[in-house]
Design a protein around this ligand. Structure first.
Ligand code: ZN
Ligand code: ZN
Length: 100
């Protein structure tokens, strides 16, 4: 899952006072704390929903458990692998920035 940034396609409106039924739900989801790093899920960051713990987590944060099952697939697919590595890098950069 990924919530596009406010104002972008499929993202919530930039105007928080809008009357769309979906926008507040998207903002709420983006503000939800990641199960692993406790930081907001945020916008433009891939995440999954953990049904057992009933909470979201960033792909990068659950790296160990998330990576294992697709490791082989990534090895066979350099394009997907490159994409994944880029996302992971981006995720880590965002974490250090927001940690200030
Ligand atoms: Zn809206
Ligand atoms: Zn996280």
């Amino acid at each position: 899952m990924l919530i596009p940034a406010p104002g972008k396609d499929n993202g919530p409106c930039q105007d928080e006072g809008c009357e769309h039924p979906l926008c507040p739900a998207l903002r709420e989801k983006a503000a939800a704390a990641c199960l692993w790093c406790q930081k907001p899920i945020g916008y433009n960051q891939p995440f999954e929903w953990d049904d057992e713990q009933d909470g979201p987590f960033h792909w990068g944060c659950n790296f160990e458990t998330w990576f294992r099952p697709i490791e082989r697939r990534l090895k066979r697919d350099p394009v997907l692998n490159a994409k994944f590595q880029a996302l992971l890098k981006e995720h880590r950069n965002t974490e250090t920035e927001s940690g200030q």
